[in-house]
Design a protein around this ligand. Structure first.
Ligand code: 5RP
Length: 252
């Protein structure tokens, strides 16, 4: 959705038109209400998470939050957090986090997610898998009935070595769902996108339902050459959705 309208049925004032960015910001600010002083925080990546990280930095600068330690999920978020003066650490020093806040590309009714269209799925999965609470922030355009059913990419991070072989095997794995596997590229010459971990990303596009997600996940991870995939199953504890009718909070 490009625009959404917030309406109050009894209100005489004209409806407020909100852009998708404003919805993202609303979801992000709501999630930051879960942050308390002294927490170790997973800092997400992407345009929605950007608002949350920015807000955390702002509250630290205002002295409204204290003793926060951030663990970024990408080099980009690392840079953003540094520029805001958020103290940073890593999973080696903090193997258990209190809370992580991040966006998602798809959210199903069971709060399973697709992530990684921004390319940071491996670090996101490591950090968010180590959190006591994982709050996901989305605008309502991210809601789907089935993961992979939106016709958009399901990202898989793979090693560069013989990437065509791995992409081919991924495509074969989901032949029953009409899968097409495409290397993610950038620039005029179609150079492979290289992740923060020096890997490549193959995006899987499905024409049909991929079926049981756990089975799909296990079979992807069994392929040598695969590092991680973008299905985040049973990881989100809370999803905050900003939409036309306001903010909805769904808890696991
Ligand atoms: C990055 C991600 C992002 O969280 C996801 O792509 C959502 O991004 P945005 O908030 O920009 O829509 O998984 O790897």
């Amino acid at each position: 959705i490009e625009k959404a309208v917030m309406v109050s049925p009894s209100s005489p004032v004209p409806p407020v038109i909100l852009t998708q960015d404003e919805l993202k910001k609303i979801a992000a600010y709501k999630a930051v209400e879960y942050v308390e002083s002294g927490m170790v925080l997973g800092l997400g990546t992407g345009s929605t998470a950007w608002f949350a990280v920015n807000r955390i930095g702002e509250l630290l600068q205002q002295g409204k939050l204290k003793n926060i330690v951030g663990i970024p999920t990408s080099k980009k978020t690392h840079e953003q957090a540094l520029s805001l003066g958020i103290p940073l650490s890593d999973l080696d020093k903090h193997p258990v986090l209190d809370l992580a806040i991040d966006g998602a590309d798809e959210v199903d009714p069971y709060l399973n997610l697709v992530k990684g269209r921004g390319g940071s799925l491996l670090r996101e999965k490591m950090v968010e898998g180590a959190c006591r609470k994982f709050v996901v922030i989305v605008d309502e355009s991210k809601l789907v009935d089935h993961l992979g059913g939106s016709g958009l990419a399901m990202p898989v991070e793979i090693v560069p070595f013989c990437w065509k072989f791995t992409a081919y095997r991924l495509q074969r794995l989901f032949e029953y769902a009409g899968c097409v596997a495409k290397l993610r590229t950038c620039g005029e010459n179609g150079e492979p996108v290289v992740t923060d971990n020096a890997n490549y990303i193959v995006d899987l596009y499905f024409k049909k339902d991929i079926g049981d997600l756990k089975v799909a996940s296990d079979s992807i991870l069994r392929l040598a050459g695969v590092v991680e995939h973008g299905m985040f199953l049973d990881m989100a504890t809370t999803v905050i959705i900003a939409g036309e009718l306001g903010v909805t909070v769904k808890n696991k």
